[in-house]
Design a protein around this ligand. Structure first.
Ligand SMILES: [Zn+2]
Length: 111
């Protein structure tokens, strides 16, 4: 049996659950977290306009310094590399207040 070991993955995990390794791009142990949505989101989007800088949670404009990585299931993932998440929907900006609603491993900073 050929063994691939991906970054962040141990051989022990692989041999324990070989059936979970069918997807080449699926990262084992990738965590997800529900995306918080503010009750003010719709009103903020009307007020400030929905742009590429709008906070994904509350619709307020952001400085585009903090990001979440969302999947097509509309959950946040702790895997920063979009190429490693087969159902990636890309990165979305999030404001500093809304970022506090997520565990820190789900928030990425622009470099
Ligand atoms: Zn926000």
């Amino acid at each position: 049996m050929e063994v691939f070991v991906f970054p962040g993955q141990t051989l022990a995990n692989k041999t324990k659950n070989p059936e979970t390794f069918s997807g080449f791009f699926r990262i084992i142990g990738m965590k997800t977290y529900p995306i918080y949505e503010s009750p003010m989101k719709e009103r903020n989007e009307e007020r400030f306009g929905l742009t590429s800088k709008s906070c994904v949670c509350c619709g307020r404009p952001t400085a585009e310094k903090l990001w979440i990585h969302a999947t097509t299931d509309w959950v946040a993932t702790d895997e920063p590399d979009q190429d490693k998440v087969e159902n990636s929907q890309g990165a979305f900006p999030i404001g500093p207040e809304c970022a506090k609603k997520f565990p820190k491993e789900f928030i990425f900073k622009s470099v």
